[in-house]
Design a protein around this ligand. Structure first.
Ligand code: UTP
Length: 298
């Protein structure tokens, strides 16, 4: 039996230009989704999937990410002295969840380049990649399923979402073949951000991957692609067509709730949806939302 996967890489070094000016001096992964920064949901998801050794890839202006997962003794002491135990618990939630290591990507040359920075830390074992701005609702677990598929097939596994064809140009798109398992497909080809006309399907890659370490050997030789960036999708394309030594690439089709917090509209939707479902906020927010929607004109 192969040992269970324990390592996850969380790339969070992107510039976040879609969210300027908010991200001029602050990482987009620290933007609050209701009352927790996006990155904390991602770390919680990794921990819930049994991953205990996390490497966050960070860069310029990203100190807030590291600070968020540290203890703040003065804050804890103040809350304790006030007897505010609920707030103390919320502050402590983000510390001690997992072993978090940090690596700086000196020059943000793309997602593929960010993943390549993890090579020394990961070594020669399969590992997960969770994008720091992509949220999967905790009620719709995905990563556990992907880890099982990786272990079963000894291949690399990506998460796929069926999107409207008009949106496929925003994603990596996959050409797929069915397998005997429902919601698992074999990937025969991948292309980064294709036009709607040239896309091989409307299966889009979203920000969860469970990869074999051969990805590092491929990434090392991957030239900059779309947008002048070293693309993870390009490396996965090469792995998909060389299953003899890479194990190939499979996709788990995700049908749950997902929020791309790097995108303004999706970010707003995530906050409204999650807040309106919360026990502490929903009862006040929902009636207000209904009333507000009633005032909207097309
Ligand atoms: P995005 O494609 O969202 O790029 O990166 P970005 O630069 O963060 O944001 P925009 O498009 O300018 O608004 C996808 C993921 O890859 C990480 C990002 O942090 C995000 O989690 N990334 C991207 C890196 O870690 N390094 C890079 O060089 C590029």
């Amino acid at each position: 039996m192969a040992p269970h996967i324990t390592k996850a890489v969380i790339p969070a070094a992107g510039l976040g230009t879609r969210f300027l000016p908010a991200t001029k001096a602050m990482p987009k992964e620290m933007l609050p989704v209701v009352d927790k920064p996006a990155i904390q949901y991602v770390v919680e998801e990794a921990v819930a999937a049994g991953l205990t050794d996390l490497l966050m890839v960070t860069g310029r202006n990203k100190y807030a990410l590291e600070n968020h997962f540290d203890r703040v003794a003065e804050l804890e002491a103040t809350l304790e002295a006030k007897g505010d135990l609920a707030k103390l618990r919320s502050v402590n939630e983000s510390t001690g969840m997992a072993n978090i290591h940090y690596f700086r990507q000196g020059d943000p040359k793309g997602l593929g380049h960010a993943v390549l920075q993890a090579r020394m830390h990961v070594g020669r074992e399969p590992f997960a990649v969770l994008l720091g701005d992509d949220l999967i609702d905790a009620r719709d677990p995905l990563l556990q399923r992907m880890i099982l598929e990786q272990e079963k097939r000894n291949a690399s596994v990506v998460a796929l979402l069926e999107v409207d064809p008009s949106q496929i140009h925003l994603y990596g798109a996959a050409a797929v073949e069915a397998t005997d398992d429902e919601d698992v497909v074999r990937i025969t080809g991948l292309v980064e951000k294709p036009s709607a006309e040239s896309a091989p399907s409307n299966f889009a890659i979203i920000g969860r991957y469970v990869l074999r370490p051969e990805v590092f050997d491929v990434l090392e030789k991957t030239e900059p692609g779309k947008g002048g960036e070293i693309q993870l999708t390009d490396a996965l394309q090469r792995m998909a067509v060389a299953p003899d030594w890479t194990g190939g690439v499979y996709g788990v089709v995700f049908r749950g709730r997902r929020y791309d917090t790097g995108d303004k509209i999706d970010y707003i939707k995530a906050i409204v949806q999650l807040a309106s479902e919360r026990e502490d906020l929903g009862p006040e927010l929902r009636p207000w939302l209904k009333q507000f929607v009633g005032t909207l004109q097309d």
